[in-house]
Design a protein. Structure first.
Length: 81
């Protein structure tokens, strides 16, 4: 099984509604993605905590429907609009 772009985007946006999100399908196979997620929910969290938050948002699909995710997370400062 694979995870399509829209499903990946939806799961992340559901957990991080204020996120600035950039996703790329690295191999064109719906199995290897990179994602940059910028959210105020990361403020004050370590990189490890931030990455765990994203993996939790994937609801167990990482390693199953989604084989690889190169992840960059950043804190979002300022108002969340």
């Amino acid at each position: 099984m694979t995870m399509n772009f829209k499903e990946l985007e939806s799961l992340i946006k559901e957990a991080f509604p204020d996120a600035i999100l950039e996703i790329k399908d690295l191999a064109g196979d719906e199995n290897h993605y990179s994602a940059t997620v910028i959210s105020s929910k990361f403020n004050g969290k370590t990189k490890i905590e931030q990455h765990k938050m994203v993996y939790n948002a994937l609801k167990g699909k990482m390693g199953n429907e989604l084989h690889a995710l190169a992840l960059i997370t950043k804190e979002k400062n300022g108002p969340t609009t």
